[in-house]
Ligand binder design. Structure first.
Ligand code: PHE
Length: 445
């Protein structure tokens, strides 16, 4: 197989490479940092249940929709949308530009704060190997000293951005695919080792019942909005990341299978990460509801007390860095692909130039936690769901039947009933749910 698929713009060399890259995009800080702390804050099982419902009714249908738009469009998110909705007149034009602008905005905004948080994880790797020193006053002080230290946060943010730019500049096959083929197995290996560790040291039972025994009294409108937003965030939906990766696929053949694999991997890894983290938390009698500080304050604190804590700490923060890296790559790739396909920039120039802009946009987040939260909420709660809403409507109503159902048609037996179920879901259920939750989040009910 050659690097050239879809008009000579390069593509994934193997199907496994595609799945690992797409799963690499999906599995990130969302799974290992956000999902556990959200679950802790919103009371455990009930939040997990709503999140799983969102994955099934919104995430899965949209994941297929995005991948098929990319696969059939064969270009960056804006050009793919334009090509596939051309026959729909003004509605197609509006959807194309709406999705395109939101995609570029989300790519910039998310990566800008994402790199700051990933940078903190890098600092903790440095701490774990003794390259930096912890604050003698304890974990809380160590984290506050890092997050409150603008230049230090900005330094690690810079390191992370360089790592991301290097891979994206190297290309789809020799950069992204190659990196993800190493990063994803490493990530799964580390996670399984951590799981083996907690199954010996205890806490698994309480962790399981915290994650899977729902207490609905804890469920608020805000929790539902957060769960939906998180379903978008964790599957990298609503901003064309999966459209962009789908455009590097050589055929329609495995789109259905691949999107299932990606969603399953992402969900399994979030649940496993939660399981490990809460096992450590409960085995030490600590509090699960610490919020964003859960993995940066509570865990380091516990790591200092448990047997072999130094090694466990290194493994955990490496896991976080690896997960964040492959996601950061896909965030940058959305914008780079657009610059390359649409404006004919060279990949290297696009990766470096756009990387520098995003790096600059990240500086305010490195210097202010409030700004970081603002960027996070703006993108996760609003931009991604609105982008996803537009993509769902486009996939369901504006695409031709042939494009829309291409992935199902490639299944043995023609996949007709699956295609019908999917079309109904993406036309009615997915957009209605997203709309309800957005309006509810805006306080309109
Ligand atoms: N899915 C990634 C995570 O869970 C974040 C991400 C969002 C990546 C949107 C790409 C696009 O961390």
């Amino acid at each position: 197989m050659s690097d050239d698929t879809g008009g000579g713009r390069g593509g994934f060399h193997t199907d496994l490479g595609f799945v690992l890259a797409a799963a690499g995009s999906a599995v990130g800080l969302g799974n290992i940092w956000k999902f556990p702390y959200n679950t802790g804050e919103y009371g455990g099982g009930a939040f997990v249940l709503v999140y799983l419902g969102c994955i099934a009714l919104v995430g899965l249908p949209l994941l297929y929709g995005e991948m098929i738009i990319g696969r059939r469009g064969g270009k960056d998110v804006l050009s793919s949308m334009a090509a596939l909705t051309a026959q729909s007149g003004i509605a197609g034009t509006l959807a194309t530009w709406g999705v395109g602008l939101l995609a570029v905005g989300s790519g910039f905004f998310i990566l800008s704060f994402y790199a700051v948080v990933a940078g903190w994880a890098l600092h903790f790797v440095a701490l774990s190997v003794g390259l930096a020193s912890a604050n003698p006053a304890g974990s809380e002080a160590t984290f506050t000293a890092l997050a409150g230290d603008g230049p230090l946060s900005a330094w690690w943010h810079t390191v992370f951005m360089v790592l991301v730019v290097l891979v994206v500049a190297a290309g789809v096959q020799s950069g992204i695919e190659r990196a993800c083929k190493i990063l994803m197995p490493a990530l799964m290996g580390i996670l399984l080792l951590l799981l083996a560790y907690v199954s010996v040291t205890g806490g698994l039972g309480s962790s399981l019942s915290f994650l899977f025994r729902p207490d609905f009294s804890k469920l608020s409108a805000e929790a539902v909005l957060e769960a939906l937003g998180h379903a978008f965030f964790t599957l990298s939906l609503g901003m064309g990341a999966m459209v962009t990766y789908g455009s590097y696929l050589a055929s329609d053949r495995h789109v259905v299978r691949d999107q299932l694999a990606v969603a399953l991997l992402d969900t399994a890894i979030a649940l496993l990460a939660g399981l490990v983290i809460f096992a450590v938390v409960f085995s030490m009698g600590a509090e699960p509801g610490a919020g964003p500080g859960l993995v940066f304050i509570t865990l380091p604190d516990l790591f200092r007390q448990i047997p072999g804590g130094g090694v466990v700490s290194l493994a955990f923060f490496l896991l976080l860095v690896v997960a964040a890296w492959s996601s950061g790559i896909s965030l940058l790739e959305v914008v780079v692909a657009l610059a390359v396909d649409r404006f004919g920039w060279s990949r290297r120039m696009a990766a470096i130039g756009i990387g520098i802009l995003i790096w600059g946009l990240g500086l305010p987040s490195a210097f202010s936690g409030e700004f970081l939260d603002f960027m996070d909420n703006l993108t996760t709660r609003y931009m991604l769901p609105i982008g996803g809403f537009l993509i769902a409507l486009s996939a369901g109503w504006l695409l031709s039947k042939e494009d829309r159902e291409a992935g199902f048609a490639a299944l043995p037996g023609g996949g007709t009933s699956l295609a019908t179920t999917w079309t109904f879901t993406i036309r009615f259920i997915t957009p209605a749910l997203v709309l309800l939750v957005i309006l509810n989040g805006l306080g309109l009910f």
